[in-house]
Unconditional design. Structure first.
Ligand code: FES
Length: 195
């Protein structure tokens, strides 16, 4: 039996590299793209009943400042002594972790993105929002300008598009004489706490 010609094998191997290397790069790229697409759409943590931690009582908004669904107000809460950017909305329907007062539904959320801690903004134009954030809806939502993560208030602050996996932490609301107060916050308070 003839011995394999090592010279030929080496030449074939070198020739094969011309297609093996680009094929491997393409496979890697499309694998990464598939994983990224999957994680952007399908790896979001569901929003459950919140586990509250007591916090300071801070005025969020007067009820008459939120006179109709999708009115909102930014305010500052205090997380362990540090100022924390937050938002309170009036919503068109009740959501888990929110508060209903006289048939009106409210939700307060931290504005610190659970991805890498940028401050999220209220996106009040869903048309423009769908272009910037690639999230299609017919109502306002919260968007992060850093990597275009989107959060859905009607799902209790759930991350719905982009890199964030976890929802925005909710703040506990209480009403007293026509004023909404934030009196505590959800744990774990991502991204400042893990759990
Ligand atoms: S920090 Fe918000 S999406 Fe990355």
């Amino acid at each position: 039996m003839d011995e394999p010609n090592l010279q030929n094998l080496r030449r074939i191997s070198r020739r094969d590299l011309i297609w093996i290397i680009p094929s491997a790069i393409s496979a890697g790229f499309f694998g990464w793209l598939a994983w990224r697409t999957y994680s952007i759409h399908f790896t979001k943590t569901a929003v459950a009943e919140p586990l509250w931690r007591e916090g300071p009582r801070v005025r969020a908004a007067a009820l008459n400042e939120l006179g109709a669904p999708w009115r909102f107000k930014y305010f500052e809460y205090a997380y362990q002594g540090s100022p924390l950017k937050a938002v309170v909305f009036r919503l068109s329907e009740p959501v888990v972790g929110g508060l209903t007062v006289g048939g009106a539904h409210f939700l307060a959320l931290s504005r610190i993105c659970t991805h890498q801690g940028c401050v999220v903004n209220y996106v009040d134009n869903p048309e423009l929002g769908s272009i910037a954030y690639n999230y299609r809806t017919d109502h306002p939502f919260l968007g992060c300008p850093c990597h275009f993560g989107a959060y859905e208030p009607l799902k209790g602050g759930k991350a719905v598009y982009g890199p964030p996996r976890f929802p925005l932490p909710r703040l506990r609301l209480e009403e007293d004489e026509g004023v909404l107060y934030a009196t505590g916050y959800e744990t774990p308070f991502r991204p400042l706490e893990q759990g």
